[in-house]
Write a protein that binds this ligand. Sequence first.
Ligand SMILES: *[C@@H]1O[C@H](CO)[C@@H](O)[C@H](O)[C@H]1NC(C)=O
Ligand SMILES: *[C@@H]1O[C@H](CO)[C@@H](O)[C@H](O)[C@H]1NC(C)=O
Ligand SMILES: [Zn+2]
Length: 449
Amino acid sequence: MSTRHHLPLISAVFLLFLSLYLPPSLFASDDHESNPISRFRNYLRINTAHPTPNYAAAVNHLTAFAATIPTVQTQTLYFTTRDKPLLLITWPGSNPTLPAILLNSHLDSVPVEPSKWLHDPFAAHVSDDGKIYARGAQDDKCIGMQYLEAIKSLKVNLDYTPLRTVYISYVPDEEIGGFDGWGKFVESREFKELDIGFVLDEGQASITDEFRVFYADRSPWNLVIRANGIPGHGSKMYDNSAMENLMKSVEVMMKFRENQFDLVKAGRAMNSEVISVNPVFFKAGTPSPSGFLMNMQPSEVEAGFDVRLPPTADPDLMRRRIEEEWAPEWRNMTYEITEKGPLRDNMGRPLMTATNDSNPWWSIFKQAIAASGGKLAKPEILPSTTDARFMRQLGIPTLGFSPMKNTPILLHDHNEYLKDTVYFEGIKVYEHIIRSLSSFDGASIIETR
Ligand SMILES: *[C@@H]1O[C@H](CO)[C@@H](O)[C@H](O)[C@H]1NC(C)=O
Ligand SMILES: *[C@@H]1O[C@H](CO)[C@@H](O)[C@H](O)[C@H]1NC(C)=O
Ligand SMILES: [Zn+2]
């Protein structure tokens, strides 16, 4: 009888002993949301990979965490269908007449091939040396949670209130073009009412100890060239077959590619500063049951190229080059360009954000990085395309930045991971950045130079 009475007490003492002497990780399952790493891992465990991203679960996770931060408000917006929510978080500033700051992150990620991974890509496994493995660890669930962690820290630890309102948008569909995500958002009445003055969007990891920052994207063109000619027997030599004409064009294009690539190899330009041209498909031949007819020269052939232009390139010049040299009509060729993104903003200016003193936001951003103890690499053009183009089109200064240094670039790769120490450092960096940007009163431009 007496033993039964004492059991609860003994258990309590035992549990206390356990909690004092065993590593806290053993208790993590009892307290999922207790620290930044467990919150990050829980976000990573939500599968938002295409083609079936679970946006609702991601929005719930972020909304629940935001609700723990005093004064922060959340709102879920729908611009297309109910299964494509956009989460907007508002941290009200004390002077709502000043243009606001927008921090952006996309909810979705690219698909995975789980068999090629060391760990389940949605388990957020942590290795002994602190690497958190998950799809989205770098691209870009890290920044999505770091924004909130930084705001929570500024509010709860420092009781800081921003001067300018800070918004965070969590958008769907970035990885499939962003048209139903940020694309729709920027056209909405809700967006115009925010009065955004400056935007931070995702960047990329850096393998050195300098952070990378991006002031422009390259714009992809899908180029398909076609050649038509008279068909002929495989044994006959004759001029101007479709295949021959296409190959002539390919030669010209590959010379152009080589020239651009040589600039990179000579150190005159970064990879993303030149026009890249890469062949991605050839469609030719007359099918037969065993493959292709070998004695038949086809009358129609086609090739596809991924062409990418930096905003410094002249799109009209490029179009002329394609028309006159790559797929000339006199060589019986046609072409089709599908522009996957703009190269100019709505005012006709190159689609890029100034990274010099003409842009006061740049100066503040740069100083905030320095104040956090970090170093910035030379600003770059992102080799691929992001949602940032939608903001830059409106003429809103937008920088791409993900604070991950000394980290291999693993976006879209197997075994994408981020180290816990790098993640924590990122939160600190954002504390500096968000504080500096949101307290910028517009009058201190001179001082910041
Ligand atoms: C273009 O097609 C016409 C008609 O088939 C042909 O006579 C001519 O030789 C072709 N020219 C070239 C350059 O392929
Ligand atoms: C700043 O950069 C922009 C864009 O690259 C350029 O057009 C402008 O002339 C530069 N201004 C100054 C003051 O250097
Ligand atoms: Zn991304």
